[in-house]
Design a protein around this ligand. Structure first.
Ligand code: COA
Length: 538
């Protein structure tokens, strides 16, 4: 395979300016992640300590094998929403290693409003279950949750993708033979109670853990009965009388030991095999990506420079190098796993869309995971291109992406606009994981373009109605709010807060995260893939 020769000059002014800009974005990201992990009220900290409970971080530290990677999912979910302190949407979730096995972990954080579930908490829980189902990951829940955040119950309860779906998915996961292990580590009320109830294995902590459909205040209000939480749904009740719980634990530490034992005793799940070779580091420093990616997402750059810092040995066998040059496709290894990479080098034209279609089909046939490096403003528009069939060629690419069944991983390096998002495996196209870089932007189109479209529509309407062209001050009044809104809602943090992605990545960690994700995807079988597709419009 060819080694990508870098053309980057780390001494150039542009490189240094880009580096500084990305470095600052990564510093902000680290500060946001730290705040999400650590910003808790003294009242909540004291209450947790008074009850003798471990913090969520301590629980994770004890659960996961020492010195193993932790791939956190959506750590900045709900950022800036509600009172601004429902960090990570109230739960720490991610993929970690327990007794050598990759598992999905969902740990409620009792120090955020009693671990209650906000609308974004529901969305995140459903995303976590989707990842577990698609990748066949045993799931560990460390539950310490007062159930629904009651002031927002209408946004959590009634609809198809609301709270009830979590328990529905639990039944489906059990049927799929995806083990679910739940430790009851606090008062688990109502919705919180169904998580253990729907699990395959339930570990119950004495004194601090309880499961009930209605807590003592509700029981008192409904029946007049005075009862303590422990008498109503404590470990002794559920381990010795009701049979709701399976394993009695003295405290948090003991419960986590039992969780680890249960994981250890799970039947083996041999991983799927894809072509591999011994991993090798790229030839170039991954931090150089900071200097390569321009400050403005509208400035073009060669995505091969990024690939050179993701691929083992910076080796890349490029497919159809001279055809459809605005899309770079080719074969590489990442942490020893063979992948097919698609990276944007400009707008998508008919030839680049056709090339992508063929390449995706090849990877799908050969069982090679696909990695999409998105930096795309969309498909080319205009009379010439419509006549040339850009719409049907774009369709072929979108069709191939939709129907490919090999694991797909997407990283949004910069722009993610319009149908380009679709063709390059945006969220709706089923990538097993999708991340954004901190500079990335997402939307139907950029704010300027959206504003121009709407001004032009309004202008045409006014002329049609005989009121003459739109005066400049009206144009400005229409434009600015649209630009401001698109700026805000197209931002990577807005995306991650809404759980449109699985997290924002430090670009220098991208290779390692892709390697971990590839390993995770192989927990699911590859050989039951249906490699068919529908009708390609010719
Ligand atoms: N909805 C909204 N807020 C809730 C809540 C709920 N279901 N349950 C707890 N909270 C809030 C409390 O008001 C408190 O807020 P504050 O920090 O602003 O004062 C915070 O969560 C912590 O609650 P607190 O009772 O002080 O902590 P705790 O550790 O002693 O107990 C719970 C936590 C969750 C066990 C307990 O609050 C409880 O039983 N809540 C009711 C649960 C319930 O009935 N849920 C029904 C859901 S369908």
């Amino acid at each position: 395979m060819n080694v990508i020769e870098t053309a980057v000059d780390p001494k150039s002014k542009a490189y240094r300016e880009n580096y500084e800009a990305m470095d600052a974005l990564v510093d902000d990201l680290k500060a946001e992640l730290k705040k999400a992990r650590e910003d808790r009220s003294d009242k909540a900290r004291n209450r947790n300590a008074e009850l003798g409970k471990l913090t969520v971080q301590e629980r994770l530290d004890r659960l996961l094998d020492p010195d193993t990677p932790w791939l956190e999912i959506a750590p900045l979910a709900a950022k800036g929403m509600y009172d601004g302190r429902v960090h990570s949407a109230g739960s720490r979730c991610g993929i970690g290693v327990v007794n050598g096995r990759e598992v999905m972990v969902n740990a409620s954080d009792p120090m955020i409003k009693g671990g209650t579930i906000y609308p974004m908490g529901v969305k995140k829980a459903l995303r976590i279950q989707t990842i577990a189902m698609e990748n066949h990951l045993p799931s560990v829940n460390l539950v310490d949750s007062g159930g629904a955040f009651l002031p927002m119950q209408s946004e959590i309860f009634p609809d198809v993708d609301d709270g009830g779906r979590i328990f529905y998915n639990q039944a489906i996961m059990s049927k799929m033979n995806i083990p679910q292990i739940t430790a009851v580590m606090g008062l688990c009320t109502a919705g919180g109670a169904y998580i253990p109830a729907m699990s395959d294995h339930v570990i119950h902590v004495n004194r601090t853990g309880a499961i009930f459909l209605g807590g003592p205040p509700l029981v008192k209000a409904a029946t007049g009965e005075d009862v303590t939480a422990e008498d109503l749904g404590g470990a002794m009740v559920h381990c010795s009388e009701s049979g709701v719980s399976d394993y009695f634990a003295e405290d948090d530490d003991h419960a986590i030991d039992i969780v680890r034992d249960v994981v250890r005793l799970l039947p083996d799940n041999p991983k799927s095999r894809i072509p591999t070779r011994p991993p090798a580091a790229p030839l170039y420093d991954q931090k150089e990506i900071y200097g390569i990616v321009p400050k403005s997402i509208t400035t073009p750059y060669d995505c091969r420079e990024v690939i050179a810092r993701l691929a083992d040995g910076s080796e890349f066998l490029e497919f159809k190098e001279l055809y459809g040059p605005t899309l770079v496709c080719g074969w590489a290894y990442i942490h020893g796993y063979q992948v097919g990479i698609l990276g944007n080098n400009g707008i998508l034209f008919s030839d680049s869309a056709l090339k992508a279609t063929q390449f995706i089909q090849l990877c799908d046939r050969q069982g090679i995971p696909l990695v999409f490096l998105q930096n795309i403003n969309g498909y080319i528009i205009g009379k010439e291109y419509e006549r040339g069939g850009i719409t049907k060629d774009g369709h072929k690419m979108v069709h191939a992406v939709s129907t490919a069944t090999v694991p797909k991983l997407t990283v949004i390096l910069g722009a993610s606009f319009g149908a380009g998002n679709y063709g390059m495996c945006g969220r709706a196209y089923g990538p097993r994981f999708l991340w954004m870089w901190p500079n990335a932007k997402i939307g139907v189109m950029g704010g300027e373009q959206a504003a121009n479209v709407l001004v032009s529509v309004k202008n045409d309407q006014m002329i049609r109605e005989g009121q003459g062209p739109l005066p400049q001050e009206f144009k400005d009044a229409i434009r600015q709010p649209i630009i401001d809104e698109a700026e805000k809602e197209g931002d990577a943090y807005y995306s991650t807060s809404n759980v449109w992605d699985d997290g924002i990545l430090d670009p220098a960690r991208t290779r390692d995260v892709l390697g971990l994700a590839l390993s995770v995807t192989l927990n699911a079988p590859l050989d039951d893939r249906d490699q068919g597709h529908g009708t390609f419009r010719m």
